[in-house]
Design a protein. Sequence first.
Length: 556
Amino acid sequence: MENKEFTNFIHDIIDEDNESGKHGGRVQTRFPPEPNGYLHIGHAKSICLNFGTAIKYGGKCNLRFDDTNPSKEEDEYVRSIREDVHWLGFDWAEREFYASDYFEELYEFAVELIKLGKAYVCELSATEIREFHGTLKEPGKPSPWRERSIEENLELFERMRSGEFEEGKYTLRAKIDMSSPNMHMRDPVIYRIMYAHHHRTGNKWCIYPMYDFTHCLSDSLERITHSLCTLEFEVHRPLYDWFLDELEVFHSRQIEFARLNLTYTVMSKRKLLMLVKEGYVSGWDDPRMPTICGLRRRGYTPESIREFCDRIGVAKRDSMVDLALLEHCLRDHLNKIAPRYMAVLNPLKVIIDNYPADKTEYLEAINNPEDPDAGSRMVPFSREIYIEREDFMEDAPKKFYRLTPGSEVRLRYAYFIQCENVVKDAEGNILEIHCTYDPASSGGNSPDGRKVKATLHWVSIPTAFKAEVRHFDNLLTVSDPATEDKDFLELINKDSLHILENCPMEPALKDLKAGERIQFERIGYYCVDSKDSAPEKPVFNRTVGLKDEWARMQNR
C-alpha cells in the first residue's frame, strides 16, 4: 500500500536504526486512539503512517485504545474505530490492546516510582497545582507534600486505590524538577481519583493513570520500537523518556511528525462532538463531517484517502493542506471505477415532435469509458425527455453552445435534436420546448459528417424514476478558522446542505445498493446514502464534482 515515490524522514530514522542493528531489525508500531470520539481524516494520516510503516518493514502494528478517562469513553467509539481502520484497508490481527489491559502493571510501576523516591502523593487541588506550577519565565513552587516519606506515600497511594478518599482529595505526582524550563517536567500528575464506570473494567478501579504516564509504559510493555506521534507531543518527549529511564524498562523511541490540517475543516474531536450535540450536523457520520465514517457515507474510497496521505507525505512542521488535493485523489480514483449514469437535477421537459408518440427504444450506453471491463447497458429513449434547464437558453450569449432555438445538439447515446419552439406560461416561465430529431443520427453520429458543439445528458420521461439528491458545501465559511478571531461556531456555513427532491433518473439507478458509487454524466460523482436509502428508493449524496480545482491550480 505504500507509495515508494514519496520520501519519509521517519523511515530514514528506521533505516538508520536497522543499519546499526538496533532492535535486531525489528519494527513494531502502534495506532493508539482514545475511544472518546469518532476518527477523522487527521487520524487517517496516522493510521496510514503507522500501519504502512509496519508493512514496509515487514513488522507489526498494534491497535491500542488509550482508555484512561472513563468519563468520556464509550464502546460505541471502540466499535467505530475498529470499523474505520479496517475500512481503510489495515488489519491488526490478534494485536488489539487497551491501556486498561495494563492497569495493574501501571499501578505497580507507580509504586516502584514511589519506592525510588520519584513520586509522591499530593494534596494540592487542581487549581492550586496550576498556581504552584509557575510560568514559562518563572519556576514553579514545590508542593508542601513533596517530601513525604516513602512509607507514607505508599500507604496513601494504596488507600487511594481502595477508594477511601473523595475525588480531588489526592493525586500522585512524579517528583522531577519544579524549575525545569519544560512545564511538563514540573512534577506532573500521574494518577488521579475518579469514580466513573469504565467501559471495560467496570467499577474495579477508582484511580486512573494520566495519559503521559500510560502512553510510554504501554509502548514499553508492547515493545514498540518506534512510537510515532504528532508534533504537539514533542514537548512531552522528555517526560516520555524520563519514565522509561527511571523505571529501567524497554525504551521505545518517540518520533514526532506534523499533524494534518485541512482547509475548511476542524480537526478537534471536542469541536466535532460539539457540532453533533448542538445539532449543526445529523451525527458523526454526516457526509459534511471530516470523520472517516462521514467521508465513507459521502462516497469516499479508502484507496483515495490512502493516496492522499501518501501525497501529503510526512513532515516535521505543521502546514495547511488544500481540500482540493483530497478531492483530486478521490476524483482520480472514482474516474477509474465509477460507472456512468444519466440523471437530471433541474429538469426541463422536451417533446420531440417527429418521434413516434407510442415508441420506446433502448439505446446502448457505455458504463465507464475508463474501464474496458465495465461493459454497457441499455437506456430507454422516448418522444418526451428531460434535459437540464441550464442546458437551454432562449436568448443565449455568443459562446453558449448548448440548446437554443434553431440550434442543434447531440443527445448522449441517442440522436441529434434541434429546438423548434418554446412553450411558456402566463408569467413567461418556460414550461417545455419542442424539438425535432434526425433519425439518421442514431447513436449520436451524423451520417453526413456535420458537427455539433454540445452533447447533453437526458432522461426518458415515461420510464424515469425520481429520487432525492443531496448536495454538500464546506462546513466552514473560511479556509483556516485558526486565523479568525471568532468562535468556530460563528464560522459554520448555514447553507452547507441542499436537498433536491424528485430528480428524474434513468431506471437502472433504482436498483443500486447502499454505498455504491457512480457518476451522473456531466454533473459529478455520487454515492447511494447508506443510512436513509430504502429498497428501490435510493438517496444520492454528492461525493465530488467533475471540476478538478487541484489539477487546475497545478497547471497555472
